[in-house]
Design a protein around this ligand. Structure first.
Ligand SMILES: [Fe+2]
Length: 624
């Protein structure tokens, strides 16, 4: 890294820290914006870039003697050098010696592969870990661009949550892009937080917001209102991209969805799904992360289908996985190990996503005018980079960061987002009249795998006037309480397929909803667990016989921890082990709990108005 780069980087970070002073806020905002615009193509110093390529201005960084992985032509080109100035590539060709001045940093690739920086085109950064922590572990794996959804913070603060995240990522050693959240939710109280068309337009004007986030097909085309379609139209009007989510859709429903102008789907779970999506003109994103690992489904297409419309994504990761496997390099490695040609594998995390996002003039390949994002690979068998250069400077070497990623300042408004009074025992009490004539109640039955749930029936214990859980039969109480309105609206139901024999667990990390979801074997522990999450302003708590057995703070928006990655991984592992000790049967139980409010996972979910059933599209209570 050149001295000027360092100076600018440190200045950027200082400016972020000083921002909380607020006196010069207006001035700073316009300065910040000016600087952000500068990062985009329009405000680049084109004269300097051209002059560098012409030899009239020295480069800041030169990488010489490499074998260029040319994703544009699909060839490996030996004897190539790359010259960068500021954070942009000025020259790619046989000899960059002429661009080297006294202050130019020079890296000799010594015949190693010069590969474009990897792009994760679909992930969720507002979960588990702070994004600065994420960068420290993701960058050494070769990630130089990320497109993240910002669903979580939007369910805490609406548009303000997205803006808070944008503030955090403004100055960053890699490129982080954000998709504006469509905020499709089953929880009616969310309506008050929904991002309006006007707010969306404002977000889309931000240089780092590249379009509309994953717009679940059911919430877009099967609803009676046109709210999401209007958001899509607004996005298209502003020539930005729309991320799709077509889980389970095929034929006419998939066509109806594709007709809305959505451009991708990351929900293919079979080879046929991949083909269906490609045929409909969609980019097919294949997931390899903590939700699913599906890379194998494209293997039967090898040699038969052009992979240029296929993209590999994580759709999110977790601390344990990040520490154990790294990030995207592990996905590319798996593709190569499975026999996919390295060029195809690399294109699926470089040029393909860049084209899909309308960013291929900026990222996705090593060429003049593109961001200085490149990796040095030992050879085409080993996809873990020896060096990672991002935005024109060396950021990681041999699996370790070469720069320090400063902690991101956490906007204060993200630290106080649980707006609910404690729940009382009376609030969890269910009267015995809430059964049918044979004593049955409607239940939410979690299926093996811990994500899907089906509607079921159960017979709770009756004590006096009240219905109680029956852990012997794996019939437990479940509660969802919203944390948005301040009224603490809640629905209490029953759940099967969880396994817990003692105590209760609750978390604020609810998918697609701002609330707290809890499961308990007795009302007292369940109230304690929910109230602990309220007390700590977001997190997960496990209470057994009145004792707090485990907890994790997710104080940032109710979704993100302030812990360092290794500590957080240990805490999550511990939490999981203690849950298992109480009998919980799911391997990733905190995730299973979080998805109970998800707006795109069949067949029944929790809301503050009752169970929501997808097929019937209705809210129902306990009486079957
Ligand atoms: Fe996703």
């Amino acid at each position: 890294m050149t001295r000027s780069h360092w100076r600018e980087y440190i200045f950027d970070r200082l400016e972020v820290l000083v921002q909380s002073g607020a006196a010069l806020e207006l001035l700073k905002n316009s300065k910040k914006r000016e600087r952000l615009d500068k990062e985009m193509e329009n405000q680049r110093d084109l004269r300097k870039l051209a002059d560098t390529a012409l030899g009239k201005h020295p480069a800041d960084l030169v990488v010489k003697n490499g074998v260029l992985m040319d994703v544009y032509t699909g060839r490996m080109v030996p004897g190539r050098s790359v010259a960068m100035v500021d954070e942009w590539i000025a020259y790619v060709g046989p000899d960059a010696e002429y661009t080297i001045g006294p202050e130019t940093d020079v890296i000799d690739a010594e015949g190693r592969v010069i590969c474009p920086g990897y792009i994760d085109a679909h992930t969720h950064l507002g979960n588990y870990f702070d994004f600065s922590e994420f960068l420290s572990y993701a960058i050494p794996s070769g990630v130089t661009s990320v497109l993240t959804e910002m669903d979580s913070y939007s369910f805490a603060l609406g548009v303000e949550g997205v803006k808070a995240f944008l503030e955090q990522i403004e100055f960053c050693p890699v490129r982080i892009y954000v998709a504006a959240p469509p905020m499709i939710s089953l929880s009616p109280v969310t309506e008050s937080l929904r991002i309006t068309k006007g707010q969306l337009a404002e977000l889309l004007n931000h240089p780092l917001v590249i379009g509309l986030g994953e717009s679940y097909w059911q919430g877009a085309i099967l609803t009676s209102d046109s709210r999401v379609l209007d958001l899509m139209a607004e996005t298209r009007k502003m020539r930005k991209s729309i991320q799709g989510h077509a889980a389970g859709a095929f034929d006419r429903k998939l066509a109806a969805y594709a007709a809305t102008g959505v451009e991708s789907c990351h929900e293919a779970i079979s080879t046929e799904d991949v083909l269906n999506r490609l045929e409909m003109g969609l980019y097919a994103m294949i997931r390899e992360g903590d939700i699913r690992c599906d890379l194998e489904i494209i293997l039967p297409l090898k040699g038969k289908v052009d992979f240029r419309r296929i993209i590999l994504v994580t759709d999110g990761t977790n601390p344990g996985l990040l520490l154990k496997k790294g990030y995207l390099q592990d996905v590319v490695q798996k593709a190569v190990d499975l026999g996919i040609a390295p060029m195809d594998a690399v294109r699926m995390v470089t040029l393909n996503p860049a084209e899909h996002l309308g960013l291929d003039h900026l990222i996705g390949g090593v060429a003049p005018g593109r961001s200085g994002d490149l990796l040095l690979l030992e050879d085409l068998k080993n996809m873990k980079p020896e060096m990672v250069i991002s935005r024109g400077r060396l950021v990681a070497e041999k699996g370790h960061m070469a720069i320090l990623v400063p902690d991101a300042a956490i906007p204060k408004r993200l630290l106080n987002t649980v707006n609910a009074e404690p729940i009382s025992l009376a609030g969890l009490t269910l009267h015995k009249s809430l059964t049918n004539e044979t004593g049955q109640v409607r239940t939410l039955d979690i299926q093996p795998g811990g994500l899907v749930a089906r509607e079921g029936l159960g017979v709770p214990k009756v004590s006096g006037e009240h219905l109680l859980a029956d852990p012997e039969k794996d019939l437990l109480k479940i509660v969802f309480m919203e944390r948005i309105s301040g009224r603490g609206e809640a629905f209490v139901g029953f759940v099967q397929g969880w396994g817990q024999k003692r105590g209760a667990v609750a978390t604020s990390t609810c998918w697609d909803a701002g609330g707290i979801v809890g499961i308990g074997e007795n009302d007292k522990d369940l109230a304690d667990a929910v109230n602990r999450v309220i007390n700590i302003q977001g997190g997960a708590a496990l209470v057994v016989e009145g004792r707090l057995e485990a907890e994790i703070s997710f104080r940032v928006g109710g979704y993100v921890s302030e812990l360092k990655m290794p500590e957080l991984a240990v805490e999550l592992d511990n939490f999981q082990k203690i849950m298992a000790l109480q009998g919980v049967i799911h391997d990733n139980a905190l995730l299973s709990l979080s998805v109970l409010t998800g707006a795109a996972i069949p067949f029944i979910r929790m809301t503050e108005k009752g169970y929501y059933r997808f097929r019937e599209n209705d809210f129902v209570g306990l009486i079957p």
